[in-house]
Design a protein around this ligand. Structure first.
Ligand SMILES: C[S@@+](CC[C@H](N)C(=O)[O-])C[C@H]1O[C@@H](n2cnc3c(N)ncnc32)[C@H](O)[C@@H]1O
Length: 365
């Protein structure tokens, strides 16, 4: 069906009361979800609404091919639904794994004791310039000291995420749109904050209900998914938006922690394009992703895609374009729910209109 005809028939529903659910904001106060702040994330509650809308039940498997900080995976786990998450960013894969593993809290408490009883020792670590510009030297000494102990612990990843979380809290950097800004201000001692974060994380686990649902997180490109045909019961995801922001540059502290763990570097990033002419390349990438989503879905399975439109001299209706694409690939396009309307900015300051942020609901025939 031609795009114009498709657009005129498309069912578009406003759901602006779900506005916040397209953002990470509600997760900031949610135990475990808030172990890692991910600006590009969506809310736990959105996933829960979709689980209900799609009628997912225990034993079903949901896929998030752009799992980010693991919101879909954790929400599925807590609702006893199996899940598989993919992401190319090592930090995202790492955070998703740490948030969804089952832990023994006795072991964690035992290891925390070891960690905080050790006498401080200054190590001669050479931190990269970018880290020295963001974190004070006493905190860097603490990072070096604690990292060297964490390295020998059984729950190394858990404590590494806690240390990363505390390090971000004491850094002078904050993410503003697509850039990192630095403003020096007094910060609490890292050691104290780290201790607080660790015990809070342990408490979060103790207070959460156990779940036997399986969670698999893979560092993998969503354009080539290593899953069998007709193998998942739903897809719940949010791909990168077409906005030319290179997120890889925004995560300097996180990357440093990943290098300490020797995780392989990033390979490819859907959505990071140098110029507006390359918007086409974004849609080529997304065509591959949606084809893969279609292939791995069981017949009758639903897919939900949260996506924001972009402004490149004019509004690019990414939501309608992706929905049309999905229809051509073989999905039924059930509807589009408009969750939010954001200001479109030119040169990041001048308001030139509004852009939709939408939820596309698809179903494999
Ligand atoms: C909008 S974020 C998803 C956030 C997630 N819903 C959450 O709540 O944390 C998009 C993610 O896609 C990942 N990504 C970008 N290109 C990718 C690719 N080719 N394959 C898999 N993941 C990719 C990015 O690293 C990022 O984590």
């Amino acid at each position: 069906m031609e795009y114009e005809e498709f657009r005129s028939r498309l069912k578009v529903e406003e759901k602006l009361d779900w506005r916040e659910l397209a953002t990470f904001v509600p997760n900031k106060t949610q135990p475990i979800y808030n172990w890692f702040y991910y600006k590009e994330g969506f809310a736990k509650e959105l996933v829960e609404k979709l689980i209900e809308m799609f009628g997912l039940k225990e034993g079903d498997t949901a896929l998030d091919p752009f799992c980010g900080s693991g919101t879909t995976l954790l929400a599925c786990k807590q609702n006893n639904i199996n899940s598989i998450g993919l992401d190319v960013l090592p930090t995202a894969v790492f955070a998703s794994q740490v948030k969804t593993i089952n832990y023994s809290t006795e072991d964690l408490r035992e290891e925390a004791k070891i960690l905080f009883r050790r006498k401080f020792r200054k190590l001669e670590w050479e931190f990269p310039k970018i880290m020295r510009g963001m974190i004070n030297k006493y905190a860097l000494d603490d990072i070096a000291f604690f990292s060297s102990i964490i390295d020998g612990l059984k729950n190394k990843d858990f404590f590494t995420l806690a240390l990363l979380n505390a390090s971000i809290k004491v850094s002078w950097a904050w993410k503003d749109g697509g850039v990192i800004k630095i403003k020096k201000h007094p910060v609490p001692p890292l050691r104290k904050l780290f201790q607080r974060v660790v015990y809070k994380m342990i408490k979060d686990i103790e207070e959460s209900l156990p779940s036997e649902a399986s969670v698999r997180v893979l560092q993998q490109d969503a354009r080539e998914i290593s899953l069998d045909d007709d193998s998942v019961d739903a897809v719940i995801t949010s791909p990168p938006y077409l906005n030319n922001i290179d997120y890889t540059r925004l995560y300097a502290i996180e990357d440093f922690f990943m290098k300490m763990r020797h995780v392989p570097a990033l390979r490819s990033f859907v959505g990071v394009r140098e110029s507006q002419e390359q918007a086409e390349a974004y849609f080529d990438d997304m065509k591959d992703v949606i084809s893969e989503m279609h292939r791995v879905c069981k017949p009758g399975a639903h897919a939900a895609i949260v996506i924001g439109n972009a402004y490149i001299k004019k509004e690019i209706e990414t939501d309608f374009i992706l929905a049309h694409m999905a229809g051509e690939i073989g999905f039924d396009v059930e509807k589009i729910c408009v969750l939010n309307k954001r200001f479109a900015l030119e040169n990041r300051t001048v308001k030139v209109g509004t852009l939709r942020e939408s939820l596309i609901i698809l179903r494999k025939k």
